[in-house]
Design a protein around this ligand. Sequence first.
Ligand code: HEM
Length: 151
Amino acid sequence: MPSAPEPPPGQTIPVRLLTSETAATTTSTFYDQVGGRATFEKLVAEFYRGVADDPVLRPMYPEEDLGPAAERLALFLEQYWGGPGTYSERRGHPRLRMRHLPFRVNPNARDRWLAHMRSAVDSLELSPLHEATLWDYLERAAHAMVNTFDE
Ligand code: HEM
C-alpha cells in the first residue's frame, strides 16, 4: 500500500487526541462516579447507625465498637466497585458467604440488614442509575448471604 503523502511544509494533519478529560469519563469506575471514599464512608456510617439500634442485628456483631466492622464493610464495597484494593490487602480473599457462616443470617436478619442499607443508600442521594445499580447488587448479595431458615 502506498504510504500517505507528506503534508506540504508548514501544514499539519489534524489528529484527535484523547485528552485526560475524555479518558477520565470513559475509564472512570463506579467508585469514582459516586464520589469515592467519602460516599462509601457515609453509606456505612448511616448503615451502622441503624444496626446499632437493631435488637436482632446488634447482638450478632462480636465487637463492642462497631467502628472496625464499618471500616471492613466500607473497604470491601470500595474494592468491589473499583476503588482501592485495601480490603484484600488486609483481609485476603473476601469469601463473604464463608465469613458469614458463624452468624445466623436468616430471612429476618437479611430483611433488617436490607432495611438499614436502604435508608443508608437513600441518604446518599445518588443519580437514579447509580442508585439502582448499587441497590440491585446489595439486594442480591444479601439474599445470597442467608445461611439458615431457623428463627
Ligand atoms: C444479609 C444480612 C447480613 C448480616 C446479618 C451480616 C452480618 C455480619 C456480621 C455479624 C459480620 C461480622 C462483623 C465484623 O466483624 O465485620 C459481618 C461482616 C461482614 N459483612 Fe455482613 N452481613 C450481612 C450481609 C452482608 C452483605 C450483603 C455484604 C456485602 C455486600 C456483607 C459484607 C460484610 C463484610 C465485608 C464483612 C467483614 C468481613 C471480614 O473481612 O471479616 N454482609 N456481616
